[in-house]
Structures are given as structure tokens and as C-alpha cells.
Design a binder for this molecule. Structure first.
Ligand code: GLU
Length: 305
């Protein structure tokens, strides 16, 4: 066990996120009214009826299959997480995925209507191209390179790349403190691994998932984990005695919903949902990330993302 250096700010954030996680267990995806007293609807809103989307191959596929197949992450607490004890999926991204499903007319509370597939960062474009999933919601940054293969709706969330280190590490204080002696772990096919390679002399270790990197950090096999701060805050909240965020974010990551390239009708449907969604975005944010320390402001949709 590492020696703990108590970091007031991070620990308050951590405690808040844990408390929220605890309060929230059992609510996302619960049947309408199950929450008791908090209104009649789950955070992602009502299930739409009589939905049509003219000229959308994705919607046609969903309609004939009778269910939505969503690509997600399942090891990112607060964002896309599969609870190993309850088997329940939760997180901001999972609830955004449910919001889309509900808006398409598919009830997220009915497991025969919404199927989840965990897809690692490196495999997202191919999963969309192959039609293995209908759309992807999982800390997926909008980039020009990815847009050569797929399309995005959004952005629906903004964050920035950061560093997660051991709580007693006073050497790493931000991107510019990384040296050729620092070992940094990140994920194959992600934007942060590329940036850390391009912009720092650090040695880079890569895995398929960020939770594998966090394990290496806890074992002392790497000095830092790098990815989006929103993701890192979730891991820090799970183990605030041993983990902390070092320094300030050093990029802008704009999260989009990954969809098939060329399906402009589906893209417009999701963008309209984000734009005209009333308080749903805020409700989803509050339920999952409200105490995490990340910005709670919904970004403006960019119709050409
Ligand atoms: N947002 C970054 C990306 O899309 C990092 C997070 C992730 O790998 O999902 O590459």
C-alpha cells in the first residue's frame, strides 16, 4: 500500500462521486416511477412513440431487428460502467445511450429492446463500419481522422486530457513534468496515447482498456495513466487514498456519438435530440457526474461534427 497524501479537493470530489454512485445504484434504467418521489420518469426521459426517420439506414436496421444495439465502455466509472456485483450498467454515457434509445422508441428498461456491446477504443470505427452496433456512446472524441471512416452526432460533452498518478507522487505535476524516465500508460487507438507520444519524451505502455492501466499504476509498474480527465476522475473517486489527478488538462476532447458514415438523417435525429432535449442532458449529468468536478455545461451541437 502506498503512503497516502491527503488531497482535500480531490477527496471531496471522490467522496461525492462515490456517494452519488451509491445513491444512484438501481435507478438508471429502472422502470418509470421506480425511483419513488423523484418523478415518474427515469433520467433519460420518456420512451417515444410513433417514431419515424426518413432515409436512415440505421433506423431501418433497428426497426427490422426490433431492438437497438449500442456500443459502450464498461470499465469507466461515472461514464460507462458495468457493476460486477449487480450486473447493472451505469454512467453518463450509458444514460446518454439510453436517452437515444428511448427517443427512438425503444425502452431501455426492457432488456430485449436495448442490447449493449462493450467495444474497446481501438475497435470502435470497425464495429460501426461492420454494423455490429447501431451507435456508440463511450468517451469517443470527435476527430477528423475518425470522420474519414464514421460520422459523429454531438458534441454532447467536453473534457480534456489529464494525468492520473499515485497519491504520494509529487514529481509528476502535469504534462511538462514528464521525462524520458517516466512511464505512462494509455489505451491503444485513443487520442491521448497519440498526444502523449507526440508531445512528451515519456515512455508509453499501452493496453486495451484504462482499467488495465490503472491496475499497473496501483502496482507501481507505471508512473501515470493518461486519458480524458472525466475518465480519470472516476478512477480517482474509486480509490482516493491511492490515486490523484496531477496538473491541468492539456487538450480539448469533444465527445460524440459514433454513427455510420453517410446516415445524415440519423445524425440529424440525434443532434436535434441534444438540441431540443430540454433538461434531460442536465438530469443525466447530475445523476452521474454532478459531484465529479467536471464541467456541467452542455456543449452546443455542431451539425457538421
Ligand atoms: N476520448 C479519447 C478517445 O476517444 C480517450 C478516451 C477513450 O479512449 O475512449 O480516444
Amino acid at each position: 500500500m502506498r503512503k497516502t497524501r491527503f488531497l482535500a479537493g480531490a477527496s471531496i470530489v471522490a467522496a461525492g462521486l462515490l456517494a452519488l454512485t451509491a445513491c444512484n445504484s438501481g435507478t438508471p434504467g429502472a422502470a418509470p416511477g421506480a425511483e419513488g418521489g423523484a418523478g415518474d420518469e427515469p433520467v433519460y426521459g420518456a420512451v417515444a412513440t410513433d417514431v419515424t426517420i426518413e432515409g436512415s439506414p440505421t433506423f431501418d436496421k433497428i426497426t427490422s431487428a426490433g431492438k437497438v444495439v449500442v456500443g459502450v465502455k464498461e470499465d469507466q466509472p461515472g461514464l460507462g460502467y458495468l457493476d460486477p456485483v449487480t450486473g447493472e450498467r451505469k454512467g453518463f454515457d450509458v444514460d446518454v445511450a439510453r436517452w437515444i434509445a428511448a427517443s427512438l422508441g425503444f425502452d431501455p428498461a426492457d432488456s430485449s429492446k436495448v442490447e449493449y456491446k462493450a467495444i474497446a477504443s481501438a475497435n470502435r470505427e470497425q464495429a460501426i463500419i461492420n454494423g455490429d452496433i447501431d451507435y456508440y456512446v463511450g468517451t469517443y472524441s470527435i476527430t477528423d481522422k475518425r470522420k474519414e471512416q464514421i460520422a459523429f452526432a454531438g458534441p454532447y460533452f467536453l473534457t480534456g486530457q489529464g494525468l492520473l498518478v499515485a497519491a504520494d507522487n509529487d514529481t509528476i505535476t502535469g504534462k511538462d513534468s514528464l521525462t524520458a524516465e517516466t512511464t505512462v500508460c494509455s489505451v491503444t487507438g485513443s487520442t491521448p496515447i497519440q498526444r502523449i507520444r507526440e508531445q512528451t519524451p515519456a515512455q508509453v505502455v499501452e493496453f486495451d482498456t484504462y482499467s488495465q492501466c490503472v491496475e499497473k499504476l496501483k502496482n507501481g509498474e507505471v508512473d501515470a495513466v493518461t486519458t480524458d480527465e472525466a475518465i480519470l476522475l472516476g478512477y480517482a473517486a474509486q480509490d482516493p487514498d491511492n490515486l490523484k489527478i496531477a496538473g491541468e488538462p492539456f487538450s480539448e476532447e469533444r465527445y460524440g456519438v459514433g454513427i455510420a458514415k453517410g446516415d445524415a438523417a440519423f445524425q440529424e435525429f440525434v443532434n436535434t435530440m441534444f438540441t431540443d432535449g430540454g433538461t434531460t442532458w442536465q438530469a443525466i449529468f447530475e445523476a452521474n457526474l454532478g459531484a465529479s468536478g467536471v464541467s456541467g455545461e452542455q456543449p452546443t451541437v455542431d451539425p457538421v461534427s
